[in-house]
Design a binder for this molecule. Structure first.
Ligand SMILES: [Mn+2]
Length: 377
């Protein structure tokens, strides 16, 4: 990769890292408020500002403004932010991509410019319109660095290749490689990445909270915002100190909250269904859950009946990513509710962890509003 920004961090203060905003301007601004972001902080946006959510252009503009008025805001490129390259490079596949997407920053910009993208619109035509309408935004996105390097940390969207000189990592790999936490690197520094929702790494109880892999020196922070139904936008915070940096995190999401009215201790139900392990073989059917074997992993999981889907060819699949765990709750705790539409049990999140509890242990759900839970690692 060629585009590496070198950055000197102060020995004290906070470095706030947020990745994978994916057009969620509302959550992003609320998260900055939640962490009380101020001019003393450093803010690093670790890629994927755009796509999937519905206000990508708002996110890009807001972050450009933050960069303009605050010298301590830095941004890396994510794979979703390189769409402008396909536009400027007149990639003929771009129009197909756009026709398959509900939301895209290029569609938002075209709308704003009063230009209708039709079936026969060419990439050259769209380029002409957008380079005239938003030249500064396109330039800014094209110029984003692939990595930011400090004395102790490397910020990169997806990961590094395991090369003696990490700077030789292929740029495309740096912004697209899957599951970096399962790989390794030899940079000697903490590598902080987004891109791969951390819930995909969950084993027993699914969690969307950042993972600090101390042995590998990898910190993975993508809370699955927009992409996962139980997802959240995480802020990972580095507290700089002479005695050694410490880490904390907090998050924000759209789920409603409610209070626990009765203690609940789960039995033995653990596990998680996540990309790409969706195929299941039902073994035993119960009133609320079906004991299944997960084909790819051979693990036995209790799958909530409403999430078990039978295909026309007779095979069974989980409809989506799903917790198969039950979690413990205590009277008086406030938790967020991910799904209260199933029989017998509600899917909840507590401190970023996701699982099922019997409906009767919860008070009625409060009005849906933004919730967040702060946690020390
Ligand atoms: Mn990504």
């Amino acid at each position: 990769m060629n585009k590496i920004t070198r950055l000197k961090l102060p020995p004290s203060g906070r470095i706030i890292v947020i990745s994978d905003i994916h057009g969620e301007l509302n959550l992003f601004t609320k998260l900055l408020k939640k962490v009380n972001f101020n001019s003393e902080d450093y803010l690093i946006i670790n890629g994927d500002l755009c796509e999937k959510g519905e206000n990508s252009k708002g996110v890009v503009r807001h972050i450009m403004e933050l960069c303009g008025c605050n010298h301590n805001v830095y941004v890396t490129e994510g794979n979703c932010d390189t769409l402008v390259e396909d536009l400027v490079g007149e990639n003929p596949k771009l129009m197909n991509y756009l026709s398959s997407r509900k939301h895209s920053i290029l569609k938002e910009w075209a709308d704003e410019a009063g230009f209708e993208i039709k079936e026969d619109t060419s990439v050259q035509e769209l380029k002409r319109v957008l380079t005239r309408h938003v030249p500064a935004e396109i330039r800014w996105l094209l110029d984003l660095p692939t990595a930011i390097e400090t004395d102790d940390y490397i910020f990169v969207h997806a990961g590094l290749e395991d090369k003696e000189n990490w700077r030789e990592t292929d740029r495309l790999a740096a912004i697209t490689m899957p599951a970096f936490l399962e790989k390794s690197h030899c940079s000697g520094k903490y590598v902080i990445v987004g891109h791969w929702p951390v819930v995909n790494y969950s084993k027993n109880v699914p969690s969307n909270n950042p993972i600090v892999g101390e042995d590998k020196k990898i910190i993975s922070i993508d809370g699955g915002n927009v992409i996962k139904s139980s997802g959240q936008l995480n802020a990972f915070i580095i507290h700089r100190a002479a005695s050694g940096d410490t880490f904390s995190h907090t998050h924000i999401d759209y789920h409603g909250t409610c209070e626990v009215k009765k203690d609940f201790k789960p039995g033995h139900m653990l596990g998680n269904i996540s990309y790409p392990n969706y195929e299941l073989v039902p073994l035993q059917h119960f009133e609320h859950f079906t004991l299944c074997k997960q084909v790819e992993t051979n693990e036995q999981l209790y799958v909530k009946n409403e999430y078990l889907h039978r295909s026309a060819d007779g095979t069974f699949w989980a409809k989506t990513d799903l917790s198969c765990a039950q979690i413990s709750v205590k009277t008086g705790e406030v938790i967020s509710v991910v799904d209260d539409t199933c029989t017998g049990f509600d899917l909840i999140k507590k401190n970023g962890e996701e699982g099922w509890v019997p409906k009767e242990v919860l008070l009625p759900i409060k009005e849906h509003h933004l919730t967040s839970v702060g946690l020390k690692i």
